[in-house]
Design a protein around this ligand. Sequence first.
Ligand code: TYM
Length: 341
Amino acid sequence: MERKRVLSGVQPTGALHLGNWLGAIRNWVTLQHQHDTFFCVVDLHAITVPHDPALLAQQTRQTAALYLACGIDPQLATVFVQSHVPAHSELCWLLNCITPLNWLERMIQFKEKAGKQGNQTSVGLLDYPVLMAADILLYNAHLVPVGEDQKQHLELARNIAQQRLNGRFASDGETVLNVPEPLILPEGARVMSLTDGRNKMSKSDPNDNSRINLLDTPDLVRKKIRRARTDAVTGLTFDDPERPEAANLLALYALLGGRSPAAAAQECGRMGWGRFKAVLSDVVVEALAPIQQRHGELMADPTALDRVLSQGRQRAETVAQASLERVRTALGLAPRTPETP
Ligand code: TYM
């Protein structure tokens, strides 16, 4: 039986945090064993908001190294940089021309980010979800493992594939490209901010204390957890909607410590905040140590990382080019004439 295709990506915007790991990358590691997996560093998405050109390339490599450090095996999965495969931008243009503008204007993340940037909002930010659809459709992905916040973007990618591409341009009974399904696992799909349990942990939060970055030192992790918002109630619980911070920190403890939510609640249910924060810090520091060690080794060997990204690019390009040709043909673009000798 043919293995299902999987594609996902993370933006190289600043440091990756626990949400990116637990909501996305952790699941990729499992999927690579059963499926044909493609994981890209989505650098073209990272430039849809103002960015520092002096840092982008380094952050792109650091993100790729973190994929590997978290357990992605380049022998099993294809790891590459989005901008290294020009078919992403090309398919994005073709999809732009068949996607209604008002589908994009409705996107929650666009409205949130555009609200912060006012009249500096770029066309790229509005187009972000179409580029994301291109990333997914180019690999004919069946499954897209992401966190909860990407649900609406995935729905858009499905609608573009189903209604606009296959619905309007497929010749009888055929599909142009596959319609992808989101894969959102309940645990870890929505890791919340340390400073406000009602907001998700996010790279774009200006307060670094709101998140634990995968490369934070043990001292910094302990400091951030010590400062994390608490409430006046003693004891930890998952199921009180009035206590989002308790639910979030207990969920982190369960996930990172490899315990079931019930076992974590049993173990920590009666602890005071001080005691609980100390045990949570130990579990977080212990979970991050092997990732940080491996990341350090990978960054110290740039040639090996280059090799992984170059092999990844070649594999990705072959698959992407075939899908792009299908879309070009379906849309009726003139075939390229073969080169004359
Ligand atoms: P990014 O970089 O914002 O997030 C990368 C992944 O991390 C997940 N995530 C979270 N999960 C749980 N809790 C959180 N607090 C949290 N914050 C982030 C996101 O859901 C995502 O899975 N638009 C994508 C990048 C992208 C992409 C794609 C993903 C571009 N093209 C194609 C899949 C397929 C994004 O959110 O990146």
